[in-house]
Design a protein. Structure first.
Length: 160
């Protein structure tokens, strides 16, 4: 989170209907024009939405040559894409990243029973015994060998 610098006069005009406004930003005449700033913010919001980037409560406000982005992104990749869409728009010099990322669902715990193996647990948890490395990696360094688990041991089972 925070300010991320971009080259103001570089980038594409992703704004479609508001491309003239982007030219105004680049030319320095945009500052202080609240109506034009609102239109650029709305156009950027539309662009992100049309690209299918998942952000709840997305808001993009433009003031002078700074785009402030808020909302809750589904992933870090989605957060970064929104920042790049805004920052790589002609006329935007900085992006004020106020996005949060939805926390992944917490892992569950599983108590190993007699006769269990990581592949048996993976089949029960994920439907695929070949996903056992996911469980193994989630339990390092406590596990040093995927074949060495014991009854009563509690393992972390992450979401896929």
């Amino acid at each position: 989170m925070g300010l991320i610098d971009f080259v103001k006069n570089a980038g594409e005009s992703l704004l479609g209907r508001a491309s003239e406004l982007a030219s105004d930003i680049t030319g320095g005449v945009f500052g202080g024009n609240a109506e034009a700033e609102a239109q650029v913010g709305a156009a950027l919001t539309d662009t992100v939405t049309n690209l299918g980037i998942s952000v709840q409560n997305l808001s993009i406000a433009v003031k002078d040559d700074v785009a402030t982005i808020g909302g809750v992104a589904a992933s870090h990749a989605d957060r970064e894409k929104v920042i790049l869409v805004a920052g790589n728009t002609k006329g935007i010099a900085q992006v004020n990243d106020q996005l949060t990322v939805r926390a992944p669902d917490p892992a569950r715990y599983y108590t190993v029973a007699s006769g269990d193996s990581l592949s048996k647990i993976a089949k029960a948890e994920y439907g695929d015994p070949m996903k056992y490395p996911v469980i193994f990696d989630a339990n390092r360094p406590m596990l040093s060998d995927p074949n060495k688990i014991y009854p009563g041991q509690v393992l972390r089972i992450p979401k896929l």
